[in-house]
Design a protein around this ligand. Structure first.
Ligand code: GDP
Length: 195
């Protein structure tokens, strides 16, 4: 994908009406601090259009980034931030549910997992929830520059086992530092939005 123009077009909070977009959408989920903003910025070739977490977990919004007037990258609010109240967690759940359930243009959901760590119970719940909503999550194992190259396959296996993924599920290792994995992710996106 050659990025010609990108814009943060819509920001939806818990009380917002979600947009009925005409262009296709692909969404990104993951726990706070997993590297979601860094990934979205890397995909867009921008340094800081997507927020990077100065205050992780603070903003519970779904952000729609218009790419070349061709598609939307959809940034779902992060989860797993301990200091958030139960009420905020409930609202987070309702917002995501409303989006996953309601979008008619959503073509793929990526779930980001830190390549260094075993997936958490929240990660597993998110994985199952995406499946339940009718999407087969594509896993992105983030921060791959933080482990040795020789360890990557072992960690990918750990991520797959931890999420108990369906056979054949893709896990794409990615680094926002080196941009490794960026092209592969764009290839998957382009496949998914083919008419
Ligand atoms: P978000 O909360 O999921 O949006 O996470 P951010 O993109 O804000 O990243 C959280 C922290 O991890 C920041 O300090 C980033 O600089 C760092 N980070 C994100 N991606 C990578 C990566 O691929 N490699 C390394 N080394 N650090 C990363």
């Amino acid at each position: 994908m050659i990025i010609k123009n990108v814009a943060l077009e819509t920001v939806c909070g818990i009380t917002s009406v979600l947009p009925r977009n005409e262009k296709m959408e692909v969404a990104f989920a993951g726990k706070s601090n997993v590297g979601k903003s860094s990934l979205i910025n890397a995909l867009m070739n921008r340094k800081s259009l997507a927020r990077t977490s100065a205050q992780p977990g603070k903003t519970q919004t779904i952000n729609f980034y218009n790419i070349n007037d061709e598609l939307y990258l959809v940034d779902l609010p992060g989860y797993g931030y301990a200091k958030v109240s139960q009420a905020a967690k409930d609202q987070w759940g309702k917002l995501i549910e409303r989006y996953l359930h309601g979008s008619e243009q959503l073509k793929a959901v990526f779930l980001l997992i830190d390549i260094r760590h075993e997936p958490s119970a929240n990660d597993k719940m998110m994985y199952d929830w995406i499946l339940y909503n009718g999407y087969e999550p594509i896993i992105i194992a983030t921060k791959m520059d933080k482990i040795k190259r020789s360890q990557i396959q072992k960690h990918i296996k750990m991520v797959k086992n931890g999420l108990d993924v369906k056979p054949g599920t893709a896990v794409i290792p990615f680094s926002a530092e080196t941009k490794q994995g960026r092209e592969e992710i764009w290839e998957v996106i382009e496949q998914k939005i083919k008419p």
